[in-house]
Design a protein. Structure first.
Length: 384
């Protein structure tokens, strides 16, 4: 499967960075300084790759599906190697992946496997069961271990990694919202401390450097192995879209030397794309559309990324909103509605929207509205 097709598939799927290790240990112990979390995560990767299809189907709605029953017990029991691995890795300060050079064949494998979201989903399921049993500390620890896992998957910062990271973080935060009313005061205090320790999500633009280097290095490798002129079906070797190929033919005539020179000249265009991606939310979409229009015939490779990077920008904005909503939900439960109203929606003109969401729960709504994207909201407690 081509890189762009794999990324498009992931962006279309329902939700489940360059970051230094940032999470405190799951249950408050001392961090292990000399070990490597990446080696421990291999156990979680192995479990995800061999997960039985019937268990994968059960995990698609891990944040909401009933947690009673034999199949859930069997699933959580089956997942113990993965859950133990992410808890152990959460207490390790360093995460060093084997290779810092990402190749096209690495997409969909190892830390970039689409199956790894099942590790986070089963952690969500297990945390919900812990909360139901009154084990709030274990529930919070397991979910923050899954957040560490999600962020470390994003290490390297290419678009594909960032999508995996954002989807994993969303699943964990949705689960934290669902269990919030079941946690005791001590567990909520632990949750508050862990939230305070979270750095803000990295800007979407942080992925442009790694993604552009990955794309350009991959294309240079193909060109160096190609003949002096690329023609006919040999263009298919470059996993480019039809519009990109048409523009590159016009710009280079398929001449390898000219093609290589064009790749060098594309670097400033990627920098401009990153600059526009960091514009305030109301201005970002129009600026990206303008970039695509201006650059599609001049720097087609950079222009082709616009839709995908816009999706990542939306995911990052969504995480800003979801994190703040969880803070607001904590304030609502601990100190009442006045404290809730004192927390501003970063994408609204005041407080978040709030309504009863189930017998004992609440639904918090953000003003973040993006065409064709679902409402950004957080359920506090169970909806029924």
């Amino acid at each position: 499967m081509r890189r762009r097709d794999l990324l498009r598939l992931l962006l279309a799927a329902p939700p489940v960075a360059w970051l230094q290790p940032w999470m405190p240990p799951a249950l408050g112990g001392a961090a292990v300084e000399d070990a490597n979390a990446a080696a421990v995560y291999q156990k979680a990767f192995a479990w995800a790759e061999t997960l039985r299809p019937e268990f994968r189907n059960r995990l698609r709605e891990a944040a909401t599906r009933p947690i009673d029953g034999r199949i859930v017990e069997d699933l959580i029991r089956d997942a113990q190697p993965a859950l133990k691995a992410i808890r152990e890795a959460d207490a390790i300060a360093s995460c060093r992946w084997n290779s810092e050079v990402l190749l096209p064949e690495d997409l969909g494998k190892g830390r970039l496997s689409v199956w790894n979201d099942n590790v986070i989903r089963v952690a969500c399921l297990s945390a919900r069961r812990h909360a139901r049993l009154g084990q709030g500390r274990e529930a919070v620890g397991e979910l923050f271990a899954s957040l560490t896992f999600a962020h470390r998957i994003g290490t390297g910062g290419v678009l594909f990694a960032r999508v995996l990271e954002c989807n994993g973080e969303l699943a964990a935060f949705q689960t934290l919202g669902r269990i919030l009313l079941e946690l005791d005061d001590a567990s909520r205090a632990l949750l508050s401390r862990r939230l305070d320790a979270l750095p803000p999500p990295e800007p979407a633009s942080a992925t442009i450097g790694p993604e552009s280097r990955f794309i350009l290095a991959s294309l240079r490798e193909k060109l160096n192995a190609a003949g002096p002129v690329i023609e006919g079906e040999h263009w298919d070797d470059f996993w480019l879209g039809k519009a990109e190929i048409v523009a590159l033919k016009a710009l280079t005539g398929g001449d390898r030397v000219k093609f290589l020179a064009h790749l060098d000249a594309t670097v400033p265009a990627f920098a401009e794309l990153a600059r526009r991606l960091d514009l305030p939310h109301p201005d970002c979409r129009a600026a990206l559309d303008d970039f695509a229009k201006k650059e599609q015939s001049i720097h087609p490779i950079a222009a082709s990324l616009v839709e995908n990077v816009w999706s990542v920008r939306y995911m990052v904005d969504r995480m800003h909103a979801i994190r703040t909503m969880l803070f607001a939900g904590l304030a609502l439960i601990r100190d009442g509605e006045a404290a809730f109203r004192a927390i501003s929606d970063p994408f609204g003109t005041g407080a978040f929207g709030l309504e009863r969401g189930g017998k004992n729960g609440f639904l918090i709504r953000s003003g973040l509205v993006v065409e064709s994207k679902p409402e950004v909201s957080l359920q506090i407690g169970e909806p029924s």
